[in-house]
Design a protein around this ligand. Structure first.
Ligand code: ADP
Ligand code: MG
Length: 568
């Protein structure tokens, strides 16, 4: 079975193509969004999703979120003594989504379409694909998140020829795409973005704003740095959400029994977030410029991503575009639904015969070269683009280069992704060396062919016509060898972890939530939560599903009530 997955920085979701429509699959808690969070304990106990997120407040050192921001880098995370890569962590989320699909359909998915930010580079894409493999999913296609959102939007609103803009602001990344649809073809005309901008950054801005306003804040200094950060960020996120529907909200945390609170107005937050809001402009302008489309000819502004719910963002958009954004697609579901549409397309799903997608390369790809100036001096490390950004993919392009020195014996091409003329400012993807016959400078030609596939992955071929020598797939070969080993090692690492079984997910999540609440309150509220927690644990020991379910519901109601009365 082929499923569509939105593997988000903050939240992930899975959907299927079923009965002629994309359908989201709920998790064990009945929710369509699963927080991209993992928490471990000594002995290899593991939590994924909401329960893990709730453990962030109580066990910050053993819990991790936003690991998508690390994917494609060598960074690792050590939780409760176990070291995991960002791919391992992503694989744990993917596995939990696959479990949900299996629970819903009785069939284990073996293949997936996974979405990535349009701005993800080659390394990040390969790492995402690897995460799928670790989770036991063959990744049939990586698709850009805005493209997926456009598909979901397009399916409800077909037949429009005018270009529209997809504006996706999630927890950690920001993507802009200009999309056109006609005769069943969805064409992404341009993509731009900032993979270091999202709701997390607005949380940080809010923390910066309120921290000096908290009374008794010296008590904060008694906390270990990670716990302090976790508490402040979690509280900031809650306050920020509250500010989406109110003019004023309370920021509040409890430290060592000491309540720390501050009131925040939406105006103050808007001011604190001004520099972030400003950064939303650049990618919009860049995308429009790249496809030579005027802002006035955009038919719609489609909002995607939870952070577009912030009024400060909507206001900025309305100012930027001179009109109100479109809200017909569900900002939380569009990407996963689009991935499921792509899955349907790949498996020949009924009702999709007439849709095709063309996407564009998000970055310029090229090689580093040297040239000789008029005085005969060498200048090296100059970027020579081969595939320019926003070229429709799949694409294959060739450039011819000449030797620079007399009797040169080999030519080395370093392959880069980026926009800077100085290659050192771009991302190096690999290197490839080809032998050439010794001749005077400039007499041997070397052809470099770049082929970019629909998942945004690159193949490089180098050939020397005069000798017939060719070199190809060198980056991929090296990486694949390492990767095979990595995947096997990761699987072994993850096998040792004892992820809570899916049928206990609701109990596990309730325990984590109650523990978070217990730590967050003092006095009577804390006593009440403590008692209820003891009762719930007692019910769990009885192992009678009816008793457990009743106790869980009771505890849930109590926590809802406490949450409603005093913002934690
Ligand atoms: P990602 O694609 O990065 O996984 P999502 O699209 O799920 O992220 O968006 C998550 C972000 O949306 C978080 O930063 C969250 O705080 C924010 N968010 C969700 N709902 C709201 C809301 N009602 N008001 C403000 N922010 C919200
Ligand atoms: Mg997203």
């Amino acid at each position: 079975m082929l499923v569509g997955i939105d593997l988000g920085t903050t939240n992930s979701a899975v959907a299927l193509w079923k009965d002629g429509a994309p359908q989201l699959v709920p998790n064990a808690l009945g929710k369509e969004l699963t927080p991209s969070a993992v928490s471990l304990a000594k002995g290899g106990q593991a939590w994924v999703g909401q329960a893990a997120l709730d453990r962030m407040a109580t066990h910050p050192a053993d819990t991790v979120t936003s690991f998508k921001r690390m994917i494609g880098t060598a960074t690792t995370v050590t939780l409760a003594g176990t070291t995991l890569t960002p791919e391992d962590l992503s694989a744990m989320v993917l596995r939990s989504l696959a479990d949900d699909v299996e629970a819903a359909t009785g069939e284990r998915p073996t293949q997936a379409v996974i979405t990535v930010p349009a701005y993800f580079n080659e390394r990040q894409r390969r790492a995402t694909r690897r995460a799928g493999e670790i989770a036991g999913l063959e990744v049939k296609r990586l698709i850009n998140e805005p493209t997926a959102a456009a598909l979901a939007f397009g399916l409800t609103d077909r037949g429009d020829r005018e270009p529209f803009l997809v504006f996706d602001l999630g927890g950690g990344t920001f993507d802009v795409s200009i999309v056109e649809m006609f005769d069943g073809i969805v064409e992404v005309r341009a993509s731009a973005g900032d993979n270091r901008l999202g709701g997390d950054d607005f949380d940080a801005a809010l923390v910066k704003l309120v921290e000096p306003l908290l009374d008794n804040r010296t008590v904060l200094d008694t906390l270990p740095a990670d716990r302090r950060r976790a508490l402040l960020n979690l509280a900031a996120e809650r306050t920020r959400r509250a500010l989406s529907t109110a003019e004023e909200a309370e920021f509040s945390i409890v430290v060592e029994g000491e309540p720390l609170t501050a009131r925040v107005s939406s105006d103050a937050f808007e001011e604190a977030a001004a520099s972030l809001v400003k950064r939303l402009r650049d990618p919009v302008i860049r995308a429009l410029r790249d496809c030579h489309i005027d802002v006035k000819s955009l038919s719609d502004i489609v909002l995607v991503g939870g952070a577009t719910r912030m009024p400060v963002v909507r206001k900025a958009l309305t100012r930027m575009f001179g009109r109100f954004p479109n809200a017909t697609v569900h900002p939380d579901h569009a990407v996963a639904l689009g991935a499921a549409i792509q899955a349907g397309l790949l498996s020949g799903g009924a009702g999709l015969e007439e849709i095709r997608i063309t996407d564009v390369a998000p970055f310029t790809l090229g090689v580093g070269t040297a040239t000789r100036d008029a005085h005969g001096r060498f200048h090296d490390d100059i970027f020579a683009p081969i595939i320019e950004r926003n070229t429709p993919v799949p694409v294959s392009r060739m450039e011819r280069f000449q030797t620079l020195a007399d009797n040169q014996r080999q030519v080395t091409f370093a392959i880069y992704q980026g926009e800077a003329r100085d290659v050192k400012k771009n991302v190096k993807l690999g290197e490839l060396t080809v032998p050439v016959p010794p001749r005077p400078a400039g007499e041997v030609a070397v052809d470099v062919r770049f082929t970019y596939d629909t998942s945004g992955l690159l193949d490089v071929d180098v050939s020397v016509p005069v000798s017939g020598t060719t070199r190809n797939l060198v980056i991929v070969d090296e990486e694949d060898r390492r990767t095979q080993k990595d995947v096997a090692e990761s699987r072994k690492r993850l096998e040792k972890l004892k992820v809570h079984p899916r049928d206990e997910a609701e109990n596990v999540a309730m325990l984590a939530r109650a523990e978070r609440a217990y730590e967050g309150f003092t006095g009577t509220a804390r006593d009440i939560i403590g008692q209820a927690l003891t009762e719930f644990q007692g019910a769990l020991e009885k192992q009678d599903p009816r008793i457990i379910a009743d106790a869980r519901e009771g505890l849930g109601r109590l926590l809802d009530e406490i949450d409603a009365h005093s913002p934690l």
